[in-house]
Design a protein around this ligand. Structure first.
Ligand code: SF4
Length: 234
């Protein structure tokens, strides 16, 4: 994939989807962190519902959640998967942010990118995707979070190799300019949800099918192809 082809894919995606109004690079970091922890292995609708339950029950601050009863956090998160683990992680991370960072993530986000990422990765429950979401959405740091959609779509489109998280992130970041990282992340998710679905991609209708080396997979969706499509996903 050349940079020009990658640029053209982004141009088509921008014309094909409306970026949601919630796209912003100055989201509140603690709430973003909590939503992203809840979202791990959980459908978007259930993540939103769980976060809504949590917000109704508690102020979503490190202090309130560090002192909350774990069983009450669990109750709020029941709609999301792995709710017991997530409640435990949320309590631990809240306590640590309160004690070590005086309840404020903003100083971390003011650090140079690599230092900020390394610091976030040391927090309980924070893996590369969660750290990158916070860095991109809350401070517009130059990184592209690779969630399940970004991973699948990038590989099918040839924007990234069949590698791990860092290989996909690095490939996308080489092809695109940092000013486009936020839009690209969101647009690949939208493409993945609407057309480039994990089990049954709608290649004929897909707006970027002329650039896609995998465009036949949607036409010949047999059981064997389904298996391949699933295997290629994270
Ligand atoms: S053509 Fe098919 S495989 Fe390629 S990006 Fe579109 S939906 Fe995905």
């Amino acid at each position: 994939m050349t940079k020009n082809q990658a640029k053209e894919i982004l141009r088509i995606l921008r014309n094909s989807f409306t970026l949601p109004k919630w796209i912003t690079s100055n989201r509140e970091p603690f709430k973003t962190l909590i939503v992203t922890i809840i979202s791990q292995n959980t459908a978007d609708r259930n993540t939103a519902k769980a976060f809504e339950n949590l917000s109704k029950q508690f102020e979503v601050t490190p202090e309130a959640l560090a002192n909350a009863e774990k069983s009450k956090i669990e109750e709020c998160l029941k709609v999301a998967g792995l709710y017991r683990n997530k409640a435990k992680t949320i309590k631990q991370v809240s306590k640590l942010i309160l004690e070590k960072f005086h309840g404020d993530l903003k100083p971390i986000l003011s650090m140079p990118f690599e230092e900020a990422r390394k610091t976030l990765l040391q927090l309980p429950g924070v893996g590369p995707k969660t750290a990158d979401v916070v860095l991109l959405f809350c401070a517009e740091k130059p990184t592209i979070p690779v969630d399940t959609h970004v991973n699948r779509v990038s590989k099918r489109l040839g924007l990234a190799p069949n590698g791990d998280y860092e290989a996909v992130r690095e490939s996308l970041q080489t092809l695109y300019s940092p000013k486009d990282y936020l839009a690209l992340h969101v647009l690949l998710i939208l493409l993945g949800r609407k057309y480039c679905k994990a089990r049954k991609p709608l290649c004929k209708q897909c707006p970027v099918n002329t650039f896609c080396p995998s465009r036949q997979i949607g036409d010949k969706i047999t059981d064997s192809v389904k298996t391949v499509a699933v295997k290629r996903d994270f």
